[in-house]
Design a protein around this ligand. Structure first.
Ligand SMILES: [Zn+2]
Length: 151
């Protein structure tokens, strides 16, 4: 499970104004069962070509639910699984933000019935990466006068 953080109307904006920033990654389509089988000509993803194209839009970040909680609470934002926030509020927060605050140690816990829970934690480096990327999103959202949204 993950959370996507982006700018309101981002896809529409990028398609209309800067389509060159979209990265297209091509995966082999999953519509055939065996390697020697032909691809399905009626497949909605590849239409028989075998190439499943995935568009990667700029100003979008995907982070795991647990890292999202850590990152969002370190920013002082409400941890909810979807919402919107004004980019100027975010820029104000980020001006004095210390990405080390979001870093969490890796932990392994055992529950009473013996089940093992492994939390991979959030490294200081990854937290720094989130911070830099989120700052880019916030700057761009403020420039476009759109809200930052997450879901
Ligand atoms: Zn296919």
């Amino acid at each position: 499970m993950s959370v996507t953080i982006t700018i309101q109307n981002n896809i529409k904006y990028v398609d209309a104004n800067c389509p060159e920033k979209i990265k297209t990654t091509t995966y082999e389509c999953m519509c055939r069962q065996f390697e020697d089988d032909p691809f399905d000509s009626e497949c909605p993803y590849c239409k028989g070509t075998g190439a499943d194209k995935f568009k990667d839009y700029p100003f979008e970040m995907n982070i795991s639910n647990s890292n999202f909680s850590a990152f969002w609470s370190s920013l002082g934002l409400d941890v909810d699984w979807c919402g919107e926030v004004n980019p100027n509020r975010v820029l104000n927060i980020l001006r004095t933000y210390d990405p080390d605050l979001a870093a969490r140690a890796q932990s392994t816990e055992k529950s009473k019935n013996g089940a093992l829970f492994v939390d991979c934690g959030l490294s200081a480096l990854r937290s720094e990466t989130y911070y830099k990327y989120f700052l880019e999103i916030a700057d761009e959202a403020a420039r476009r006068e759109e809200m930052i949204i997450w879901h």
